[in-house]
Each structure stands twice: as structure tokens, then as C-alpha cells.
Design a protein. Structure first.
Length: 241
């Protein structure tokens, strides 16, 4: 079944990445943004149909979200499974993966995927349960970054962690009360697990971590949200890649 996605950055990345077949590009008749108009040529180059539509039709397709005057209909992206993602690792000593444990907000998921792509994280693991899906809202927040990294759905996160440890990954869990981030000497390949803002890491997941890491806080705010926390730790790890 085709996906309906929207947003200038998302559409542009889908067309440029070429990882999936695009069926049609729909542009608002009232849209004057030259960047949006430039997407039409790119879509035609990719063999996609271009349609100029009533803005209300795009509103309906985007379910009221801010589509920025452009909506795309594309086949779902082809996703690697865990074995495929492992086979794609070229240099374990320059490999950082992330896993999400209880992230249920699509906006947080999209922000984490975007930070991952920007900072050298090559794969993000999504549990099939207790996790937001990479839906249109998440992909809009990710600004097309989902086209640039591997997003792998796993049935059981804890079993996946154990398998990755067998493959030589060091596992770091982000949670309050852990070792302060500046004091952590990360070893690669690394898997960073981001827990939910409310509950943090699930207990079983926490037990499988080689080290629990926290971000030192200053001021009166209790904690960073999951997306911001992920960006901070990804940046620290990017120094080793």
C-alpha cells in the first residue's frame, strides 16, 4: 500500500534518495515557493506523475497537518531486517546504532531519526510494540532523514540487544542516575538505547546495558526530552566515528 507523505524536506529527500518508487507528486495550485516548483522537475525525472491540486484536497490528504504545499504518494521504503543491517556494517569501529525503548510520540521519533542521520548513527531499531511508528508525522519531523539511514523494526528489543552484544556491540542506556556523559569512554561498535521521558528504560532493557549514561543538568528543568537527549549523546559519539 502506498504512503501519503508531505513537507518540502521530506519530499525532496525521497526524490533525491531514490530508495523507493514515487507514484505522484501533488502541488497546491496556490503554492509560489520556487523550491516546491523545482520538485516538479525532479519528480518527472523520477518518472512520477505531477498534479496541481486544490489546497483543500492536500489538506485532506495530509489530515490537516502542515504539508507546505506539497504531498507525495510513494511506495513504502524498503526496510532492512536486523541481519541485513548487520551485513551492511563496513567498519565496526566506526559504527553507532540507536534503539528506542518506549518512545511513543511520533514527533520525538522523527527528531531522533533526524539527529541520527545528521550525526553518523547508521541504524535505528524500533520495537514493534510500545513504540511510535515511522508514520507521516514522524517522517515530516525527520525532514526526510529516514531516507538516509536504516530503520529496522524488531519483534523483541531485549533479544535483539543480546544478539548485538554477541556481535561485539557495547550497549549504553540513557537514563537518569547513570554515569555523567562527559565521563563515559564509549567503545565502538555501540548501541545507544533511548528510553521514554516518563518511565525511562524498562527494567529488563536496563539490565542488558553495559553502562547507564546520564546527561548532567543545570537549572530548574527536570530533564531534556528524548529527542534532545538523543542529539546530545549522538554528538558525543560522533567524535569517535
Amino acid at each position: 500500500m502506498a504512503e501519503i507523505l508531505y513537507g518540502i524536506n521530506t519530499v525532496e529527500e525521497i526524490l533525491n534518495a531514490g530508495r523507493r518508487r514515487v507514484l505522484r507528486l501533488m502541488i497546491s495550485r496556490t503554492e509560489k515557493n520556487q523550491r516546491v516548483q523545482g520538485l516538479a522537475a525532479l519528480a518527472r525525472k523520477n518518472g512520477a506523475r505531477v498534479e496541481y491540486c486544490d489546497p483543500r484536497a492536500l489538506e485532506k490528504l495530509a489530515e490537516g497537518a502542515n504539508h507546505q504545499g506539497v504531498v507525495i504518494e510513494a511506495e513504502p521504503a524498503k526496510r532492512l531486517d536486523l541481519d541485513g543491517a548487520l551485513a551492511a556494517v563496513k567498519d565496526p569501529k566506526r559504527t553507532v546504532w540507536a534503539a528506542l525503548d518506549g518512545i511513543t510520540d511520533p514527533m520525538n521519533l522523527g527528531a531522533i531519526v533526524r539527529s541520527a542521520a545528521c550525526l553518523g548513527v547508521s541504524t535505528v531499531l524500533l520495537p514493534e510494540r510500545r513504540s511510535a511508528s515511522l508514520n507521516a508525522a514522524a517522517q515530516k519531523t525527520a525532514s526526510g532523514a529516514a531516507e538516509r539511514i536504516n530503520v529496522v523494526e524488531v519483534v523483541n528489543l531485549n533479544q535483539t540487544i543480546l544478539k548485538l552484544k554477541e556481535k561485539g556491540f557495547w550497549v549504553y542506556g540513557m537514563d537518569m542516575g547513570g554515569k555523567p556523559l562527559p565521563q563515559v569512554d564509549f567503545t565502538l561498535p555501540a548501541l545507544v538505547i533511548i528510553g521514554s521521558e516518563g518511565e525511562g528504560l524498562h527494567q529488563k532493557t536496563r539490565e542488558h546495558c553495559d553502562e547507564i549514561v546520564s546527561i548532567p543538568q543545570k537549572g530548574g528543568v527536570e530533564s531534556l526530552n528524548a529527542g534532545n537527549a538523543a542529539a546530545v549523546v549522538f554528538y558525543e559519539l560522533s567524535k569517535k566515528i
